[in-house]
Ligand binder design. Structure first.
Ligand code: DX5
Ligand code: ZN
Length: 220
């Protein structure tokens, strides 16, 4: 089994000290940079866009995991590839032709991810799971950092793990929203491979130690 990956969400960073916070993640035991892009349409909030991601990419030395909370994500696949995204995750609820979108992401040289809102059933991925590199299970309603973790997530993660095994797929399970040291271990036991953590990392006094601690308690 591979070690659980920790992906700090830059949404919770201090944007007036972005380079400092990026260097902190570079130095830490974190595995990925998680980048939340919101359009104010798919979700009620707007985060940041291309110029900010370009600046992040210049300094980030780890995998760039982009989570698109936008409508019509197909329009921006090549743009995000050019901006340095390694993984590009689109929302199931925002894609009419999900299979086509996934192939386009891979054709642009990125890993293809699908995010599911809390109300979206895992079984809807049954016919496409073998084409997905990463499923992002939303453990809050997307749009904002700092929200409370939804407990039903454990049931979803277990169902997703079963689906991945039954289809012999090679898909990572990522959890996004409300992750802390209180739920991290149980999430990994349910089947999670990647934990996104925004507020818990960046609002802590010692983010490097907080990341190291998450890494330690989630060893498989
Ligand atoms: C929510 C975003 C999350 C968010 C997580 O819409 O997708 O990535 O930054 O933040 P926390 O860890 O604070 O819940
Ligand atoms: Zn996210």
């Amino acid at each position: 089994m591979n070690a659980t990956k920790i992906a700090p969400s830059i949404l919770a960073a201090d944007f007036a000290n972005l380079q400092r916070d990026i260097e902190m993640v570079n130095k830490s035991q974190a595995d990925w940079f998680h980048i939340d892009i919101m359009d104010g349409v798919f979700v009620p909030n707007i985060s940041f866009g291309m110029p900010v991601l370009k600046a992040i990419s210049k300094h980030a030395k780890k995998t760039i995991d982009v989570h698109l909370m936008i409508v019509e994500p197909d329009r921006y696949i090549q743009t995000f590839a050019d901006l340095g995204a390694d993984n590009l995750t689109v929302h199931f609820e925002a894609c009419t032709h999900l299979h086509r979108t996934l192939q386009a992401i891979k054709a642009a040289g990125m890993k293809a991810g699908v995010a599911l809102n809390p109300h979206t059933n895992i079984q809807l991925l049954e016919d496409v799971i073998q084409d997905i590199d990463l499923v992002c299970v939303m453990s809050v309603n997307p749009g904002f950092g700092g929200q409370a973790f939804i407990e039903n997530t454990y049931t979803k993660v277990r169902a997703l793990k079963e689906l991945i095994i039954s289809k012999k797929a090679n898909t990572l399970i990522e959890i996004d929203g409300g992750v802390t040291d209180k739920n991290a271990k149980a999430l990994v036991e349910a089947g999670a491979d990647v934990l996104v953590a925004g507020s818990f990392v960046f609002k802590s006094k010692q983010p490097i130690e907080t990341i190291a601690n998450l890494k330690e308690i989630t060893q498989k």
